[in-house]
Design a protein around this ligand. Sequence first.
Ligand code: ADP
Length: 468
Amino acid sequence: MTLGPAHLRTRLTLWYTSVFGAILLIFIVAATLLLRWQLSSELLRYEVQDMETAEGLLYFTPTGALTIDQRYHNSLQDEMLVHRLMQVMTPEGRILFRNPRLGDLPLGGAPFPREGFHVYNPRTIRLANGVPVLLISHIHSINGKTLLIRIAYSLLPVEEQVRISRDILVLAFFPTLLLAGVGIYRLTLKALLPLEKMATAAEQITADQLSRRLAVENPGDELGHMARVLNGLLARLEASFEHLKRFTADASHELRTPLACLRVAGEVALEKHRSAEEYRETVESMLEEVMRLTHLVDRLLLISRADAGQIALNRTTFCWMDLVQEAVALVGVLADERLQTIDISGDPSIQVYADRYVLRHAMLNLLENAVKYSPEGSTIGLRLSRRADQMAEFSVIDQGPGVPEEDREKIFDRFFRSDSGRARDAGGDGLGLAIARWAVGANGGRLGLAAMETRGSRFFIQLPAHQR
Ligand code: ADP
């Protein structure tokens, strides 16, 4: 669930405006603090300068009272002098002099240890009348007497100036924020427009219009990238839809032929009265066709489950030669019928990590094909070897007709049968190699047909060899 406004542009505007507002506020606070620091530093500089001037102007009257020469005027410091607050004490704290502007007000409390020695100890205090001042202290000697001089200036003008600047900034804050908000909204609107267009175009693409593509307006930016990604997705969807359509059409076609045979066999049998023997023959041939159909439906189911990713593999590590023997035991009867010899050779120590059942399925398919397509009395060679690239390889070599160059890859397509295999008596449905290739691929291996210089074919299965 998303919280807040539904439109992305509103959310983005709110988000960016808030961030901008926060940055603006931080800027105002920082600018105010900086201004105060700058004005205070300037004041301090004047004060230190004034301290030196005042020290030069202090003198003891013949009666022993301490006073200051008021006649001195420096055009630069005129105004400063008017505002100067000054108090002179003994280092023990006895007040010797306060200038008229300070009057009776104490300027700071009792002296603290080493106050004004070599440094000015600048500090901010509040006078008894509440006025904040910047106070500095300095030790000075006149006629051999050590004096602690304190000079202060009111911070009220500084604060006033800071307040005015802050008020101006705060006043400008809201219109600036509003302007920024409008600007960001318009910008987001413009930036998101291609997205809206893309969504509208995508909405109009239905299952039967998968060949349509989205317009890629700005190939270089993120939205252009997204359009290309979506177009890629559409292309893949179109391909799998096509694949599915072809598969359904091929499967229906394959199912139609045995069903038609069944119907014709039944109709012919019922045309006239027949003997029990004839009925038995018809039923037998019908049963054979039903078995063929069942086998086909089983394979179709296996393919659709594999396509849907519903087949969970149970992979274990085992000796591949054991599985070769197992497969030969199952196919041996068929080979015996055709007086074929199966010659096994190879490294019995090779181990692989795979689903035994699924891999055996693929191997059986290669073996059955070899038996089916090789001439009677020929030899079928099974080889198990370790390749240089850490792969283990199982090959089935037969002395059959081989596969024409142009059909080398096609034989792995679903429902493909080359002309020699198309004869129904071979009993093929063109699904065996497609299933076998899936089975080997699911186990991380590769199934292929090697190029042969002599007659016959060599089909191979390569799997990563298990390293002990
Ligand atoms: P089928 O059930 O028709 O054998 P396959 O997918 O197993 O289906 O094989 C597809 C086609 O590949 C076969 O129709 C045949 O033409 C060809 N083929 C497969 N194995 C061999 C082989 N050992 N020798 C010659 N052709 C083969």
